[in-house]
Design a binder for this molecule. Structure first.
Ligand SMILES: NC(=O)c1ccc[n+]([C@@H]2O[C@H](COP(=O)([O-])OP(=O)(O)OC[C@H]3O[C@@H](n4cnc5c(N)ncnc54)[C@H](OP(=O)(O)O)[C@@H]3O)[C@@H](O)[C@H]2O)c1
Length: 276
């Protein structure tokens, strides 16, 4: 799918680097197919050393002639970067933004009519190719653009296209989600420590258990409730633990956490749009 394509990544920071590393490892793209930019001259050596791709501070020359452009600068830099690139980009180039809270309408207003833009929301496990990316399409996106974007983000994990109205939910669930799950891993590890298990062993037990449970859900495609029932022996110990979770309102707390984060994501989108 990506073979023979040229990619420019504007803003090779933490996320840009993770995406490029994933592409170099898991796609047909080679170092000579990918070029990137950073803001400060002092960042050039870092990218060169870690990725070995062509890197510069000149956004306009780097995006020229590329098939796909990933914009991975901070949301507050998007306005300036889009305006800077408007007259060098053509409608033949797919533009993908990973900037949180920046809508496709925001990008389309700043680019030429006809520009195909895709908004993506990856998460930090992308660094270990275990990412989850939610994507949505702008008004000019065609099936081949969707296929290209999927091919890119599947190099760093899994991807799913949703309607843009659901992107705040995606942000709150899978982009913020690792933070909630770290708290759960940390708490389970503390429990192990309380029971006398050394902290390192306890953290391993907790983290690998979370990974295993997630793998069961993804691979078996069974409903999580069914998988939970399979672990819960009548009159066994798991049911006692589950009762404590119910009493502590774990479910409703997690639901409320995601809903609250989505509300905040919506506020941030509105702030971005208002600062047009
Ligand atoms: N990190 C995540 O897990 C994550 C997840 C989802 C979405 N995102 C989104 O991804 C974007 C990048 O996040 P990050 O964590 O990777 O940030 P970051 O590490 O700060 O990277 C931003 C990069 O953009 C470069 N940059 C700044 N202004 C530029 C300009 N005008 N032209 C070219 N490059 C420029 C910076 O260059 P210098 O290095 O020279 O300063 C830096 O390398 C953000 O919009 C964020 O919302 C991140």
């Amino acid at each position: 799918m990506l073979k023979g394509k040229k990619l420019a990544v504007v803003g090779v920071g933490k996320l840009g680097e993770a995406i490029i590393a994933g592409l170099l490892k898991n796609s047909e793209l080679t170092k000579s197919d990918i070029a990137g930019t950073v803001h400060h001259e002092s960042s050039l050596a870092r990218v060169n050393e870690r990725l070995g791709i062509k890197i510069s501070t000149d956004n306009r020359s780097v995006v020229k002639g590329c098939d796909m452009v990933i914009l991975a600068v901070k949301p507050q830099n998007m306005d300036g970067v889009l305006k800077e690139l408007k007259d060098v980009l053509t409608d033949k180039q797919l533009i993908i933004s990973v900037a949180a809270s920046v809508t496709t309408a925001f990008m389309e207003e700043r680019l030429n009519k006809g520009a195909p833009v895709i908004r993506a929301m990856p998460n930090t496990p992308s660094v270990y190719n275990a990412g989850m990316t939610g994507l949505c399409s702008g008004s000019q996106v065609k099936p081949e653009h969707v296929a290209l974007a999927r091919a890119i983000f599947e190099c760093v994990g899994k991807s799913v296209f949703v309607d843009e109205s659901l992107m705040d939910g995606v942000t709150a669930l899978s982009a913020s989600g690792p933070a909630y799950l770290y708290v759960i891993i940390e708490s389970l590890a503390e429990a192990g420590v309380k029971l006398g298990i050394p902290r390192e062993t306890s953290t391993l037990l907790a983290a690998q258990t979370m990974l295993g449970a997630a793998t069961m859900v993804l691979e078996s495609k069974a409903h999580p409730a069914l998988l939970k029932d399979m672990v819960t022996t009548p009159a066994g110990c798991t049911i006692d633990g589950l009762m404590e979770l119910e009493e502590g309102k774990l479910r409703v707390t997690l639901i409320k956490a995601v809903v609250k984060a989505a509300e905040r994501a919506r506020e941030l989108v509105n702030t971005q749009s208002a600062s047009k």
